[in-house]
Design a protein around this ligand. Sequence first.
Ligand SMILES: [Zn+2]
Length: 466
Amino acid sequence: MQIKSTPLRVQETAGGQALSLGTAAASKLSRLIGYQTVSSRDPHQVRLEEFDGFISALPELFPLVHEKLSLERVNAHGLLYRWQGSGTDDVGGPLVLMAHYDVVPVQDPASWTHPPFSGEIADGRIWGRGALDDKGSLTAILEAAEQLLAAGFAPSRDVYLSFGNNEETAGDTAEAAAALLESRGIRPWLVLDEGGAVAGQAFPFVDRPVAVVGVSEKGILDVELSTEDAGGHASTPHRRGATARLARAITRVDARPLPAVLPEPTVEMIGRLAPSARFPGRLVFGNLRIFRRPLTRVLARMGGEPGALTRTTVAITQLQGSSASNVIASRATANANIRVAVGESVAGTVQRLRRIIADPSVSLRVVEGNEPAPVSATDNAQFALLEQTIADVFPDAVTAPYIMLGGTDSRRFTGICDAVYRFVPFRMSRQDRASIHADNESLNIETFGEGILFYARLLRGPGAGQ
Ligand SMILES: [Zn+2]
């Protein structure tokens, strides 16, 4: 009995601690959600007073952080804190924790149960835009630092907190922060940004939650397809005009998806899930030498998220023809939004598209392109530290690397650090994940507390205990 009851009590203590930490900091997150820090590519749409308000609330909420850490502004509204290390264990550079406080717009406030910028605390949750993406994580980082400072803790290595104001619009603040560190000769030992989470119901045949840690990101590429024609009056059309040739090009792209391959980190992810998987998942995941090809084909055929794991994806997002209903288009364009798979390149993808379209009268122009991020290792001390910290705070979870389908600010740091990971230490159900960038975004208070605990443990290092 004694043996059985001890771990239970430990569990209860950790859970109780998370709940009390979350409860104590809930009003801080609530207040920060109240600032409508909606980012936009159009500078006139950005309400700078909301960003200024957010920044000026921080010293009041986290007084010790603002007393003990230095803070500099990056690109006016980016924040870079430096927590100087004691230097006792300063091997391999500082630890960088990243987050962003800009949020995406709200489509229809009426469809929210609690108003999106109210930060209401109800039903054990903190409600509002940014609760999960990414003010929750930013607040948890600051709260962890505040708690550690109150306990008289000093990190052994330097710690930087880099908070962005334009992640949602792929803005340049993170790039500027990385450039600033580089100009000072700083190469971080570890960079941790948003990305994966402790995901429930994420994989078929796996009942345990999976802590997915992003080790890379697909590249993002916009290609404009365009065709030209003489134009003229719509009453006297010719065959194979600009719009018809563009449409043919689009249907060819749609009919011929790019080749499906399971990249190495995905293979490792599946292998790590095998011991926790039910039949037949356990059999397939545990024997990828045999099942790699058939599994790739199955995932690719499923399309959607499983399909996106296996290949470079192409979505035609914008179409344009002539400007009037009775005028033949002299120029027709389509935008292809492409997510470039790890192991492939922007130039290689454009070349493949040209071959698939097989029509020299269709021009392809790269509007904007980012290569896939380099893959961070899973056999180094940095990943081991993340894995250990996850095991301490989320003992029921399996840790697995994965490739992110979307982009984060952390890609800007891959030039100055080899160990860049993407993970938010919050449990997220399928429903939670669906609320990101959608309606009714909210964060469970105990989950928030676990996140604070995670960052505190990460900052204290392994074996630090509670
Ligand atoms: Zn985000």
